[in-house]
Design a binder for this molecule. Structure first.
Ligand code: S2G
Ligand code: ZN
Length: 463
């Protein structure tokens, strides 16, 4: 460790764990995007808020960029350190600090995994209702930085609905204690909400107050096979009107084929254009009956060709694996992943339009559709043919994204629904946000991080 800047950091914070071993730099310098060669200056693993503040103050004086880092499960490059930044990993700060039974608040450190937070909530007979497939490795701090959504947004909303308070260290090194668990506070701008989804560019999350809630009632899970995209919306509208939805997730037959090839068991005979996993409240016999009536009505209308109702928790889990297993099943093919949103009502027209554009423009790419119908959020994953080299596919990625961005602009949609902008989509930010909005966002960023040390190059093009 000869870099004088690191020697200065070591002098200031003699207890700070600081890694410079090449293997550590590689491990901590990347997230799930795998498109950039990790090349951080070093990795700092603070143990408390004081060390975080010390590192940020050092970074301002030494003009070193910082990449805040949690579980590094991001899909937009938000936690990538490829330009000599210092990775500020919060993984050593992963304790549950306190539970308040009256406010039903869990005070946690940012490095706590989502799964550990869910477990801690259950120990108090409550739930923390955000849920993602990456629950075992994603961190609460990272969920907050990207306003993570996941599988139950239709019932519980995104992460921002469940953060009752936040402690953050700003880019200037100030410690802010935001909202402090208040249900109501009309004393000016809600800086807590501004922080949520800011992708580590406004502040480093160093503590969070998670709002817990009563567990969901017993549920029923169905897998339905649908003939086409219009049926998707008809079935969604029908079930939404008749049962209390907990989740409504869809995937295309191509998605199912990959999950089956990856070892999942087929649950429905025949081939269907789309599949839906629908989960709804079913504690009462009347609720179960309403679900079965909805299923029967959808079949009568020709919106559902076939379906299966899970008869046990194990079978429900097996049906969910068909949806949750898509990311893992596609990973070996190095897909180009997208995460777009349009208004729910615009989905059928948007899907048809983009399907035609992709079919006509990129017939060589395999297209897998899946996502969260109830949130208007689609994950279109594009797989290159085995014969296509990474450079050729890289060029196509840009063309596909430009096509998608133009289609989204026509539908008033967003280039990023839940994964964030990070590095992957910063060139396309203007397809979803106006010049005036981007200028205001840059101004806000300059207020919280006057020297631009926090995650420079993320969210915005050249700072
Ligand atoms: C999902 C996970 C990441 C992906 O499964 O809902 O957000 O696009 C995605 O594979
Ligand atoms: Zn998703």
């Amino acid at each position: 460790m000869q870099d004088p800047r690191l020697l200065e950091l070591r002098r200031r914070l003699p207890q700070l764990r600081l890694l410079t071993d090449p293997a550590d730099l590689a491990y901590y310098g990347q997230d799930w995007t795998r498109r950039w060669t990790p090349a951080p200056l070093a990795v700092a693993l603070p143990i408390d808020i004081a060390e975080v503040q010390g590192v940020v103050c050092w970074a301002n004086e030494q003009h070193v960029a910082i990449v805040p880092s949690g579980g590094r499960t991001g899909l937009s490059g938000g936690a990538v350190a490829a330009n000599g930044e210092l990775v500020l990993s919060l993984t050593r700060m992963q304790r549950v600090l306190e539970f308040d039974p009256i406010d039903r608040l869990l005070r946690v450190q940012p490095g706590l995994t989502l799964e550990a937070a869910q477990t801690a909530a259950r120990e108090h007979g409550l739930i923390y209702p955000v849920d993602l497939g990456s629950r075992g490795s994603c961190s609460i701090g990272g969920n907050i930085a990207t306003n993570a959504g996941g599988l139950h947004v239709i019932r519980h909303g995104n992460t921002r609905s469940w953060i009752a308070g936040l402690k953050v260290v700003t880019g200037a090194g100030e410690l802010l204690d935001l909202n402090r668990g208040l249900v109501k506070d009309a004393s000016g701008y809600d800086l807590r909400q501004l922080m949520i989804g800011s992708e580590g560019t406004l502040g480093v999350v160093v503590e969070a107050l998670l709002q817990l809630t009563a567990p969901l009632p017993a549920s029923q899970v169905m897998l339905l096979g649908l003939p086409g995209v219009d049926a998707l919306m008809q079935v969604f509208d029908l079930f939404r009107a008749r049962v209390s939805l907990q989740a409504f997730e869809f995937f295309s037959d191509r998605g199912l084929q990959h999950v089956l090839a990856n070892g999942a068991r087929r649950a429905l005979d025949g081939e269907h254009a789309y599949y839906v996993v629908v989960e709804f409240d079913a504690a009462l016999a009347a609720e179960r009956q309403a679900g079965e009536e909805a299923f029967g009505l959808a079949q009568q209308q020709g919106w559902v060709d076939d379906g299966v109702v899970a008869q046990s928790a194990a079978q429900a889990a097996a049906l969910w694996r068909l949806r949750e297993g898509i990311t893992e099943a596609l990973a070996p093919r190095g897909p180009y992943k997208t995460d777009v949103s349009v208004r729910i009502g615009a989905l059928p027209e948007f899907v048809r339009e983009v399907q035609a554009l992709l079919r006509d423009g990129f017939p060589q790419l395999e297209v897998v559709w899946f996502g969260h119908i109830g949130d208007g959020n689609l994950h279109i994953n594009l797989l290159p043919p085995e014969s296509m080299g990474s450079e050729a596919f890289g060029n196509l990625r840009g063309e596909v994204t430009s096509l998608l961005a133009a289609a989204l602009s026509r539908h008033g949609g967003s280039i990023s629904a839940e994964h964030g902008i990070g590095l992957v989509k910063r060139e396309y930010l203007s397809s979803s946000r106006s010049g005036a909005e981007i200028a205001l966002m840059r101004g806000i960023r300059a207020s919280f991080d006057p020297n631009g040390v926090l995650n420079p190059g993320k969210l915005f093009t050249a700072d």
